[in-house]
Design a protein around this ligand. Structure first.
Ligand SMILES: C[S@@+](CC[C@H](N)C(=O)[O-])C[C@H]1O[C@@H](n2cnc3c(N)ncnc32)[C@H](O)[C@@H]1O
Length: 224
């Protein structure tokens, strides 16, 4: 994986730079902060609070290093929230890269060790990270992804539209959002006029939420 190299972000957490795409896996203003703010707090915790729910199923595009999963699984383990987590990833990282992220610094040893023990097995079948937290990583492109399940929350963490426009088209987003339940939440770190129009046109009410450090706003959308 010579086109991938680790880079330090402003909050001290690492991200990867993909030379072929010309883009980082996370915000350079802080990978960990972005993950906590955009996906955990503005996505999952917003969903649980809004619906007075005590469990959730989460679908992420793309899974990458697993930072969003780790932050979510760690919070949910500490707060006794059962989750089913499915990631979609077309180009899975090898085990060595996963080990070298240093994300063990941000989660409990139990969650980290179970994640390492189950990666890459989670790419071929659902695994239990601990009794109430399961993980499955679909080794697929977004457009080839199929599931029998519908999800409560979508974490949309694709490369930026300028680098990978095909992920942000109405075809891709409506294919993905077919797997979201009515009332489900879609969150992503970016917000543009075009994204807002696309999400409205596929049946979402949209909301500008405060962005992670380095970004004024982000998009949260609720499926009607
Ligand atoms: C911005 S990075 C995501 C970072 C990831 N959430 C993390 O915490 O490390 C985008 C991810 O999308 C994956 N990807 C690229 N094209 C894809 C496609 N067509 N379908 C699914 N995943 C894709 C990339 O390999 C990369 O892991």
């Amino acid at each position: 994986m010579t086109h991938l190299s680790f880079v330090l972000t402003a909050d001290g957490s690492k991200t990867l730079f993909n030379e072929k795409v010309g883009e980082h896996y996370h915000s350079r203003h802080g990978a960990l902060q972005e993950s906590i703010h955009v996906f955990l707090k503005s996505g999952l915790l917003f969903y649980l609070d809004k619906n007075k729910a005590n469990k959730a199923s989460i679908l992420e595009v793309g899974f990458g290093t697993g930072l969003n999963f780790l932050v979510t699984a760690d919070y949910c383990t500490k707060n006794d929230i059962p989750i089913h987590y499915t990631g979609i990833e077309a180009y899975p990282l090898d085990e060595k890269m996963i080990t070298e992220t240093g994300y063990n610094d941000y989660v409990s040893p139990e969650v980290w060790e179970s994640f390492l023990k189950n990666y890459p097995a989670a790419l071929s079948k659902p695994v239990q990270i601990n009794p109430d937290r399961s993980l499955f990583i679909a080794n697929s492109t977004l457009m080839n992804f199929r599931s029998e399940h519908l999800f409560d929350v979508v974490y949309f963490d694709a490369f930026a539209a300028i680098h990978q426009p095909e992920m942000w088209t109405i075809e891709s987003l409506s294919h993905l959002c077919n797997y979201l339940k009515p009332g489900g939440i879609f969150v992503t770190y970016a917000i543009t006029g075009e994204l807002k129009r696309t999400m409205k046109s596929i049946g979402f009410s949209i909301e500008k939420a405060p962005g992670a450090p380095g970004k004024r706003e982000m998009l949260r959308a609720v499926k009607s």
